[in-house]
Design a protein around this ligand. Structure first.
Ligand code: GLY
Length: 568
């Protein structure tokens, strides 16, 4: 690139003054809700379940219980009663914002040896398939916690739609089939799994009805007895026996000791908006905060696509690198969050960005502990009073571990793979990163799930998406779209790019970047991979404060989602 072009590019990067004025406190007034409710989820039957519970007198938190458990039944590839997740809440009556951490934990007996083959080499099969790959589930505890502490209705009412769906069944759709394509071989290994999700050992045809009577009984126990209905008594005994008979190592104490954690959300002020997002053990909020702190130097909307994409990639590269080194379960590891979230640290990172040249990731000291995981689900709720819920839930890979514990209907997660499990050659893989997210008894594995609120003077948005390592980038791009004033449909539909430090490349959906932009990025030294597949399944609800209108939108990349606004 010539010096003149470089200068023009630098001028074109539209810097903002470094001392940007702090954002005013912008939040909807307590008690002044929109008067109508919006729910966006990845499955129409789950959105319907949420509205059913709102119509029965529930609030957004009751609706969240209904939507989450309905998704567990009708979208088993993505989340479930055998998985976990995060619920970000805002209570309208007093403005309380809280992050309910229902992430899975490692069982007490956990050992890195579990994930090695007979020669002591990492064994992917053990870390993603079957009971060794499963953490102690958190979702049932999360739902019981929401009902007890924030809801208005008993669990029996909020869980009734899910119990009905499990007992009466739901028709297989194209998404069920598509995701089953990745995991059918694994589900065939256990009779309990094949019986629950396959049709005579094969992927069911569209329209085939999946009935889950064992799961219906397990949810009924939870509805009747609350937390202990899952973590104590007959369900817990069956889970422990079933896991151990299949080669796992759980105890009744692992289940009895599981607790939800309430944590302070991470709050970022950016361009007159409050971004309320996910703290560790989610890595999402920290990476987004670092990226925004780096990017706040520039007027992003004023930039052309090439410099904008370059700066986004460079900011993300640096944020994702730190994720791998520093982040883990806050109850187990000391994290330098003050440093990572500070303006001074961001200024240092920003200074290392060349405006016309990609920084090779190999030039940054770090680790290859890049995040993994591909399936998960997200839903967003705003109720008539203005209560907010952003929930991202997961069993990790599609259909989790593939193992249904006999007699329970519970499909277990494979979130143990979200720990840093590679036990040999630590120097090659970066020791610090492995330590922060190494498995330990009772520890939560680092996550990328990033349920988020964006609260400005004019609008409140509830946003999130599945998508494994790409979740953080997608939420960052989505919240920037919200701040740019885009409507909910435009936010979920926008084409996406991504960079996660390693692999050292910008990934792009088809149509996200035009040919000229790709060429300009390549000239700067970026590798640009335009993928064949789209990613994400974003669910957004936006409340426009001025007129109380509510918009809800489901990602068009999958047809099974449903976003719907209803009057009370
Ligand atoms: N299992 C995906 C995540 O938590 O990031």
């Amino acid at each position: 690139m010539t010096a003149v072009r470089r200068l023009l590019l630098a001028l074109f990067l539209a810097p903002l003054p470094l001392a940007a004025s702090p954002a005013p406190e912008a939040a909807p007034e307590s008690g002044a809700g929109p008067g109508r409710a919006g729910i966006a989820s990845a499955h129409h039957l789950a959105t319907e379940a949420g509205h059913e519970v709102l119509a029965a007198g529930g609030n957004a938190f009751d609706a969240a219980v209904a939507v989450a458990m309905a998704l567990a039944v009708v979208e088993p590839a993505s989340s479930g009663i055998g998985g976990g997740g995060f619920f970000l809440l805002r209570r309208a009556s007093d403005g309380r914002e809280v992050f309910v951490d229902a992430r899975e934990t490692a069982p007490a007996a956990v050992s890195l040896d579990w994930f090695l083959d007979d020669e002591g080499k990492p064994d992917r099969d053990r870390s993603v398939n079957g009971p060794l790959s499963a953490g102690i589930p958190g979702q049932p505890a999360g739902l019981a916690w929401l009902a007890e502490h924030y809801g208005k209705l008993p669990l029996e009412t909020s869980l009734a739609p899910a119990i009905r769906l499990a007992r009466e069944g739901f028709p297989v759709d194209d998404k069920y089939r598509a995701l089953m394509g990745y995991r059918v071989e694994v589900l065939r290994r256990w009779r309990s799994s094949a019986r629950q999700f396959l049709d005579a050992g094969e992927i069911p045809e569209e329209g085939h009805v999946i009935r889950q009577p064992d799961l219906a009984r397990t949810i009924e126990r939870l509805a009747r007895d609350g937390h202990d209905g899952f973590y104590d008594g007959p369900v817990a005994r069956r889970l422990v026996t079933g896991v151990n008979e299949a080669g796992g190592n759980w105890t009744l104490d692992d289940l009895a000791g599981y607790r939800v954690k309430e944590r302070e959300p991470l709050v970022i002020e950016y361009r007159d908006h409050r971004i309320v997002t996910s703290p560790p053990p989610s890595s999402g909020g920290v990476v987004i905060a670092q990226a925004l702190n780096i990017l706040r130097r520039w007027d992003l909307p004023a930039l052309d696509p090439a410099p904008r994409s370059h700066l986004l990639a460079e900011a993300l590269r640096r944020g994702y690198r730190d994720r791998g080194i520093y982040l883990g379960d806050p109850d187990f590891v000391e994290m330098p969050l003050r440093k990572l979230l500070s303006a001074d640290y961001a200024a240092g990172l920003r200074a290392s960005i060349l405006l016309d040249k990609a920084t090779p990731s190999a030039m940054l000291p770090g680790t290859d502990n890049a995040p993994r995981g591909t399936d998960t689900t997200h839903f967003s709720v705003i109720d008539a009073e203005g209560n907010l819920v952003a929930a991202t839930l997961s069993v990790n890979l599609p259909y989790g571990s593939g193992f249904v514990v006999p007699g329970t209907g519970v499909l277990l997660n494979n979130e143990m793979d979200d720990f840093a499990l590679v036990p040999d050659a630590p120097n090659a893989y970066g020791l610090i990163g492995r330590e922060a997210n190494a498995p330990e008894p009772g520890k939560r594995m680092l996550s990328s799930m990033t349920p988020t609120f964006v609260i400005g003077e004019g609008r409140t948005a509830v946003i999130g998406t599945p998508g494994g390592s790409r979740i953080i980038t997608m939420v960052l791009l989505g919240l920037l779209e919200v701040i740019d004033g885009k409507d909910a449909q435009a936010v979920v539909s926008a084409r996406r790019i991504h960079h996660q430090y390693l692999p050292d490349a910008i990934s792009a959906e088809q149509g996200a970047l035009d040919e000229a932009t790709i060429a300009a990025l390549q000239e700067m030294g970026h590798t640009v991979n335009v993928g064949e597949r789209d990613w994400g399944n974003m669910q957004v609800v936006i409340w426009n404060h001025a007129d109380g209108s509510v918009e809800a939108a489901s990602d068009p990349r999958w047809s099974s989602g449903r976003a719907e606004v209803r009057e009370p």
